[in-house]
Ligand binder design. Structure first.
Ligand SMILES: O=C(CO)[C@H](O)[C@H](O)COP(=O)(O)O
Length: 220
């Protein structure tokens, strides 16, 4: 089984957590694309979806799923999204697709966050995947200098603008042993919109797809 199959299995497994007549929060990425495709079969039973990116919005609409503004949706029961890495506490690195800020907003507005991924995403220590940080363009250099000061090697994501009109710095070389502390520290740098550590709001359940099926990992 390859990574794509693992993603598909996890995405399909998440479907059973979706309740009828609700508005569901939907993340971004190739795993979530598979979830949206699976969600299409129950579109008549859903009230709609709050989307975390323009890409997911387009895909949801293509399947006839109503996309609802978060401001009118109120608190959501469930948010489903992928991740670039997860540790066993379900603290995540996200933002490989550049949608981290909206993802963090929708995750924070949701009672339950189910993360879907293939088994390669489970790691002991976060940080092998370069940490994405959304930055206001005029602050690129000042933020980059601060990131070097804390031990990272920031690289500007080339030819990429976020849905919010900002840039992404991908930070290499961080071994993230204290995710909660680092999430807050980086978010305090002026010019940072948000960073891709999801520790203040970790996932509640991780569904990992692999050749032996779907493994459930819950917070300890
Ligand atoms: O955070 C994300 C997008 O901003 C994605 O969830 C993350 O990059 C995982 O992507 P994929 O499912 O394609 O492996």
């Amino acid at each position: 089984m390859n990574q794509t199959d693992g993603k598909r299995l996890a995405a399909e497994a998440a479907l059973k957590y979706v309740e009828e007549d609700t508005i569901i929060g939907v993340g971004t990425g190739s795993t979530v694309d598979k979830f949206i495709d699976a969600l299409a079969e129950m579109r008549m039973k859903l009230r709609g979806a709050v989307s975390s990116s323009e890409a997911s919005t387009q895909r949801l609409r293509k399947h006839g799923i109503d996309v609802v503004d978060l401001n009118s949706a109120g608190r959501l029961d469930l948010y489903v999204d992928g991740a670039d890495e997860s540790n066993r506490f379900l603290q995540l690195i996200k933002g490989g697709g550049g949608a981290l800020t909206r993802e963090k907003i929708v995750a924070s507005a949701s009672e339950r966050f189910i993360c879907i991924a293939d088994e390669s995403k489970l790691v002991d220590v976060l940080g092998e995947f370069p940490l994405p940080i959304e930055v206001i363009p005029m602050a690129r250099s000042t933020v980059a200098r601060e990131l070097v000061r804390i031990g990272g090697r920031p690289e500007l994501r080339q030819n990429f603008t976020t849905d919010n009109g900002n840039i992404i710095l991908d930070v290499h070389g961080l071994s993230i042993t204290e995710p909660l502390k680092l999430e807050q520290e980086i978010n305090n740098i002026p010019g940072v919109v948000t960073n891709g550590i999801f520790a203040l709001r970790p996932a509640d359940l991780l569904l990992l797809g692999s050749s032996s099926g779907v493994r459930k990992v819950e917070t300890e």
